[in-house]
Design a binder for this molecule. Structure first.
Ligand SMILES: [Zn+2]
Length: 520
């Protein structure tokens, strides 16, 4: 059965040749996930061995999480419960309390002694396919537009097989960092690539996934930045958007898959595509997303093309509202922040990418104070070569403090002017859930889906700090991996290992695919 655990770069062919179905492979992984936990009953094992890889497979009927050193709820009063735990049924949290007040047993019992337990982290901006062009030598040192000009032709070499490998490794990396919900913006579809490939991988791995049918329609010949070979025509884009909405968009509570429409950026799409995408999204209650106010190049471009700054251009196109969120928003002024707050438009803050590409420092403290919804995003793996959500929370805290250093007279005395470690965890959980329009995740409370992760506090990096404030240590100290990640009541990471993918083999295959795409 060794081959059965291999992530396959050509699934259909492999199934035919080996008489081994992809479903069996994944059901086996799901069974492993279920059986490894302490107290997993034989019924649980039998049930999971029959289960398919999708939906609730591998999930015990009841789960008891107990003895957490601290359970961070992110509920309305931001309770942090010492010796905390949860009782879960069918992937939904039924009770959150101190361990002594919870039921004594369940089909699956996870003893979290020495662990911090938090709501699953929500990644609000990512381009998973960019795992194929990580650390590309020709654009290690350059701003956004220089970086894009190097990468567009490489991305044009991507295939469905290489895309799937990038998504597998990217999602594994995120799950290992405590991330349970991922918004992924794919906007190049060369060589038969479809968004279905990414969705299939996420479903098989058990990751809650908001997939964007992204797009680019304005090539160089029409005044855009991307080469014509990387863009599609509007008619094809919109009909594929309709297709994936019909096929995948699930508005039910607890949905594992939703569709977002996400034209790439002001300098790569036409006005018509922006307007029509918004119409279609609103017809089907899909989210709307694009990059905005990321760089000064983009600001100059918008001033030239529209005679307007980026936010005003979005307003003109009908792109402000509660269903819209923008990646970056580094270069926004106070009036634009007020406009975001007034319209309910959200921001995916991506501090590592903004530093990597020298884009600047987004004024997230001002945004939060004004009531703007702010979540965190790791951005693509080619502009933040570290897809680690806890690392991103740490970067958000540090970058906000760097911005404080620019205050006249130096950083302020008042604590309320500072972004705290807990503020960053809030952005990574509740903030992200609000941006994605979800009230069923983001906190650990009765009625919410059982999306959470645990980190062992007895690690070298926390020594001398975790005993005084383990929650803050999670952000202040070096980012650590999750020991457990549970999504919709299903164990995806156990003892620091991903259970729904053979990660070492996936990495080996991705490395080969990356060489082909980067042509190195
Ligand atoms: Zn991006």
């Amino acid at each position: 059965m060794k081959d059965a655990r291999e992530p396959q770069d050509n699934f259909d062919e492999k199934e035919k040749n080996e008489g081994l179905t992809r479903r069996n492979f994944l059901a086996g992984a799901a069974a492993t996930a279920s059986a490894i936990a302490v107290g997993a009953s034989s019924e649980a094992k039998a049930a999971s061995s029959k289960a398919s890889s999708k939906g609730s497979s591998g999930r015990p009927k009841t789960m008891l999480v107990k003895n957490a050193s601290v359970l961070v709820t992110m509920d309305k009063t931001r309770r942090e419960i010492k010796d905390g735990g949860m009782y879960i049924e069918d992937g939904v949290i039924k009770q959150v309390d101190t361990s002594d007040k919870l039921p004594k047993t369940a089909e699956m019992v996870i003893d979290m002694k020495g662990q911090l337990v938090l709501p699953g982290l929500v990644n609000t901006h990512q381009h998973l396919y960019q795992h194929l062009t990580r650390v590309a030598p020709a654009c290690q040192d350059g701003n956004v537009w220089n970086w894009l000009r190097v990468l567009y032709p490489m991305w044009a070499r991507m295939t469905p097989d290489s895309e799937r490998l990038a998504v597998q490794v990217g999602l594994a990396e995120l799950a290992l960092s405590g991330c349970t919900t991922v918004f992924d913006q794919q906007y190049v579809f060369p060589n038969g690539c479809k968004i279905d490939d990414a969705i299939g991988v996420a479903q098989d791995m058990g990751i809650r996934f908001h997939a964007s049918r992204g797009s680019m329609s304005l090539g160089q010949s029409k005044g855009g930045l991307p080469p014509d070979s990387c863009v599609e025509n509007e008619k094809d884009i919109l009909s594929d958007c309709q297709r994936v909405i019909d096929k995948y968009h699930d508005l039910k509570p607890g949905a594992m898959t939703r569709i977002v429409l996400a034209p790439c950026s002001p300098f790569s799409v036409t006005d018509d595509l922006m307007i029509e995408s918004a119409k279609l999204a609103r017809q089907h209650k899909c989210g709307l997303h694009t990059h905005l106010a990321e760089s000064l190049d983009e600001e100059r471009y918008c001033l030239k093309r529209y005679g307007l700054r980026p936010v005003a251009a979005m307003e003109k196109l009908g792109w402000l509202g509660n269903d819209v969120w923008f990646a970056h928003s580094v270069h926004v002024n106070d009036a634009e922040i007020a406009q975001y707050a007034k319209t309910g438009s959200g921001v995916a803050h991506c501090p590592s990418s903004n530093m990597r590409l020298a884009s600047g420092m987004a004024p997230i403290k001002k945004m939060r104070d004004a009531g703007v919804k702010v979540g965190l995003g790791v951005d693509g793996s080619s502009s933040n070569d570290c897809s680690h959500m806890l690392a991103e929370a740490r970067m958000a805290m540090l970058l906000a403090r760097t911005l404080l250093s620019e205050n006249e007279g130096g950083p302020p005395e008042a604590k309320k002017e500072w972004i705290s470690a807990r503020d960053c965890l809030e952005m990574a959980t509740l903030g992200g859930a609000a941006i994605l329009g979800r009230d069923d995740i983001g906190s650990l409370e009765p009625g919410k889906r059982a999306d959470f992760f645990a980190v062992d506090t007895n690690q070298r990096s926390f020594a001398g700090g975790s005993m005084v404030d383990p929650v803050a240590a999670l952000v202040f100290c070096a980012p650590q991996n999750a020991s457990y990640t549970v999504i919709d009541g299903r164990v995806i990471v156990k003892d620091g290992q991903i259970t729904t993918l053979d990660l070492p083999i996936a990495i080996e295959k991705l490395n080969k695919a990356s060489r082909l795409v980067m042509n190195v």
